[in-house]
Design a protein around this ligand. Sequence first.
Ligand SMILES: [Zn+2]
Length: 143
Amino acid sequence: MADTISIPAGLLNEIIAHCKEVYPNEACGILAGKGNDIERAYKITNIKNSPVIYEMEPVEQLRCEKDIRNARLKIICLYHSHPSSSAHLSQADVAKAYWQGEPDMPIYPDACYMIIGPVDGNLEVRVFKLSGQKINEVKLDII
Ligand SMILES: [Zn+2]
């Protein structure tokens, strides 16, 4: 996994629009592509309908993953918004990246995490990659 991923500006605008659309709740979704280049964005319903937590609607999530496999793409990034807090991975976000009770077993071992926040303030988009409990920032190249 390189420490830079790319995203077309139009796609990033769609993601930001999604975050604003579900504000004040958290938005979530999956970004897929080839190599380190994001080509598609899938909005997923946050079944928690909450401003502080998200959980992807499981059937939408499965359909999305199937679609990605069928297109011979891979999941590059999982995104979610922070309606009123900064674009950093929270402790809860880190915990959520691993199977419950298995801090060495990431659910998506090759995926990065994109955070968009604060949606109601000076919005930033940042991407992180986890290695164990260590958080590394990944450069986002807007193309
Ligand atoms: Zn979060």
